[in-house]
Design a protein around this ligand. Structure first.
Ligand code: NOJ
Ligand code: CA
Length: 720
């Protein structure tokens, strides 16, 4: 028996059926009606005849000014058409417009814009349905299922330049990208602006960080929210809650390889129009390229409820499959580091009496990691170049020469003996040429010592050459590092990174990255630290792009171990309860998850057991309940096991959630180990009490999860 899906997958859609109009009747786009004309419940022989008919229709169909494609479930419908000579796309869900016809094109330097006077000259269709397995991730198995439409348009004028818009419609959203085929009228080019519009039908509420004020701060900013109509210039992922309160959209990009990062520019009037804005290189050009050329995918994720936004897999499906021959050396891990001490001022990166990266200190951290089942030890400040103003002295960093009190080879051997990975730190301060000059020799050295993980850093808004942190120049650099690391068998954790566009599918050694305000802001931020709502917003914004090295797990919430004993009350501190720090291990996904505090902060702390136990790689992930900026509860099952972990976090409001554990296997008995906010816990004046209890649970249990203001709850649920 052949269902509609089989027809779509095997034949693609006949062009005659492509004239998709946004009908007002829900769930019945025209395309559905036309597909039903095919005899789907007939014999295979009839089906073959049917295929032939479809091919015939496709070959002879007249070229239309309007073509469409719908997702496999028929609900997301994209219409591509020529309007006033411009190529436009629009998006509807169940017949309800989400993106109104929006124009497409490019502004070039020294050439006419490619946007006007176009006509459609060709369309092709394809369908795809495949499952693939992530070597690590929030879920193990991913379905890549879409219908694709490629529309080629040509300028009517004598220049006759051609562009192709490739659209993929998935059940969870759409992606589209530009392709510029090789052609005499367009060879080498410089893009001044990409002219993609996102004409939002609904003045929904957006959660955003700016992309233009006062600097970009490498995406390390607090989120704001407000109607789309007030947006100025913002970063993606841009998350939108539509006015119905149920529908959510996320605009982002995927497969950014040799292009500039895309921001979105609003008009700050009553308009709901957003336009792409690319990060510039020095001199203002955004992208240099040569045909044939393909842009990154512009993605619009759509969900019927907030809990369905995560985990977000659309961008991964729009990246090429794994390029590595072997991935068995790539291992998610928990790690501790010579790190927090520098941020709270008890140690230094540079040389001197407080130097953190000493042989003795590193051995102490390695011993601690080995004794507590942590897989790695990060050591910052091991290499020369930190003395003086390390942000300005970007070219002083050596990536092979250690300070005299740090013996890289001996410590690598010691770590290996203890079964711990020594994570090498590479801060560049944006000295890209300095880093690239040393890349091969440094990575070869690490590889020869068996060191297979690096945390890198790019503390700068513009490079020495004046390129934006997010320019094509930097995109190329980050990619070069990923490839060099893959070649040398090295996993990467990148701070001040390029934003995540799904690189980990192709290069699973690209483990995690920062790219948002992490825990470090609680140590030194001039505004006192991250507010209690911060992580409940991160979950539905930054984290939809990919994993984040947030570095949870600070137990010394008031940061009493500052350089002069107890800190002054006006200094920044962690604005959560201790139980919430535990819950962040589940809520904020990262395949490299730090225990951020000093080892001494974990001594004699029963709650540390949760950090020892929590998994870092998952078979499956379910968001149980959430409201952006208020709270999130998420459950994840560890990879290859039957143990679940549940993390719930709240903002400055205390809350009680009633969570059914229906995700557990029915009929199986489990024990829940619950780390909850203790009596009278409050992030502001009583953040430390944690109550640890155990109780039997099954899939029929409803759990009452009580969280203090700024609090959370972390639960391990293991089979009995
Ligand atoms: C900023 C990073 O986010 C932080 O983790 C690191 O310690 C410093 N840069 C120094 O590289
Ligand atoms: Ca940072």
């Amino acid at each position: 028996m052949f269902g509609a899906t089989a027809v779509r997958r095997k034949v693609g859609w006949p062009k005659a059926a492509g004239g998709l109009t946004f009908s007002r009747s829900p769930a019945t786009p025209v395309i559905r009606l036309q597909l039903q004309e095919f005899p789907m419940r007939r014999s295979p022989a009839r089906f073959v005849t049917c295929l032939a008919m479809a091919a015939l229709v496709a070959a002879t169909a007249p070229l239309r000014a309007q073509v469409g494609v719908a997702s496999p479930d028929g609900r997301n419908q994209v219409m591509v058409e020529i309007r006033d000579g411009r190529l436009t796309y629009g998006l509807a869900r169940d017949g309800r417009p989400l993106i109104l016809p929006s124009s497409l094109g490019f502004d070039f330097r020294n050439a006419q814009p490619l946007r006007d006077g176009l006509r459609i000259t060709d369309t092709t269709r394809r369908s795809h349905d495949e499952w693939w397995t992530q070597p690590w991730g929030e879920v193990a198995r991913v379905r890549d299922h879409y219908n694709e439409l490629a529309v080629t348009a040509r300028e009517i004028s004598p220049t006759g330049r051609v562009l192709t818009l490739r659209v993929r419609a998935f059940d969870d959203g759409i992606g589209f990208r530009y392709e510029l085929p090789e052609q005499p009228g367009l060879t080498d080019f410089e893009i001044e602006d990409e002219l993609t519009e996102f004409a939002l039908a609904d003045n929904g509420r957006a959660w955003w960080i700016p992309s233009n004020w006062p600097r970009m701060d490498r995406s390390e900013m607090l989120y704001s929210s407000g109607p789309v109509s007030v947006l100025d210039s913002v970063q993606t992922p841009l998350t939108l809650e539509l006015q119905d309160g149920r529908t959510f959209m996320v605009i982002h990009e995927a497969d950014l390889v040799d292009y500039a990062r895309m921001f979105l520019r609003g008009e700050r009037t009553e308009s709901r129009m957003l336009t792409s804005a690319l990060a510039p290189m020095a001199g203002g050009v955004k992208v240099r390229g040569r045909t044939p050329f393909a842009s990154p995918w512009r993605t619009i994720q759509v969900a019927d409820s907030l809990t369905r936004l995560a985990p977000s897999l659309l961008g991964l499906n729009l990246n090429p499959p794994n390029a590595l021959v072997a991935t068995d050396w790539i291992e998610p891990m928990k790690y501790i580091g010579i790190w927090w001490g520098m941020h709270i001022g008890t140690m230094t990166w540079g040389s001197g009496p407080e130097h953190g990266a000493t042989n003795e200190n590193t051995r102490r951290y390695i011993d601690f990691a080995a004794a507590n089942g942590l897989g790695g030890v990060l050591v910052e400040g091991w290499n020369t170049g930190w003395d003086g103003d390390w942000i300005k002295n970007r070219n002083a960093f050596s990536f092979t020469e250690a300070y005299p009190d740090y013996d890289l080879g001996a410590l690598a051997a010691y770590a290996k003996e203890k079964g711990v990975k020594l994570i090498v730190h590479n801060e560049t301060s944006g000295g890209i040429q300095n880093y690239e000059r040393q890349l091969d020799s440094a990575f070869a050295l690490y590889q020869s010592l068996g060191l297979d993980a690096i945390k890198s850093g790019y503390v700068t808004d513009t490079t020495a050459e004046g390129h934006s942190h997010y320019s094509q120049f930097m995109v190329r650099h980050y990619r070069k590092v990923i490839e060099a690391a893959a070649k040398h068998g090295i996993m990467l954790d990148v701070h001040e990174p390029m934003h995540d566009t799904g690189e980990r599918r192709t290069y699973p050694n690209m483990m995690t990255r920062e790219g948002a305000r992490g825990q470090e802001y609680n140590a030194w931020s001039g505004d006192g630290g991250n507010p209690p709502e911060h992580e409940t917003i991160l979950f539905f914004t930054r984290l939809l792009a990919g994993p984040m090295d947030f570095t949870p797990g600070v137990f010394d919430i008031l940061i009493e171990r500052g350089p002069d004993g107890r800190r002054r009350p006006d200094q920044p501190r962690v604005r959560t309860t201790l139980a919430k720090q535990l819950a962040l291990y589940v809520a904020i996904y990262s395949p490299m998850q730090m225990a951020a505090d000093l080892p001494e902060s974990y001594e004699r702390q029963p709650a540390f057991q949760f950090i020892r136990d929590v998994a870092v790689d998952w078979d499956t992930t379910r968001v149980l309940d959430a409201r952006i900026g208020d709270y999130v509860a998420v459950a994840r099952r560890e990879r290859g096991g039957q143990t679940w972990f549940l993390g719930a976090i709240t903002d400055e409001q205390g809350r009680t959630l009633d969570l059914p554990l229906s995700f557990l296997t029915p009929g199986r008995r489990y024990v829940a180990e619950i780390y909850a906010d203790g009596p009278k816990a409050h992030w502001l004046d009583n953040p430390l009490p944690v109550t640890i209890t155990r109780r039997p649970v099954t899939s029929a249990t409803r759990l009452r999860v009580v969280m203090a203001p700024g609090g959370g709850q972390a639960i391990r649920i293991r089979p009995r």
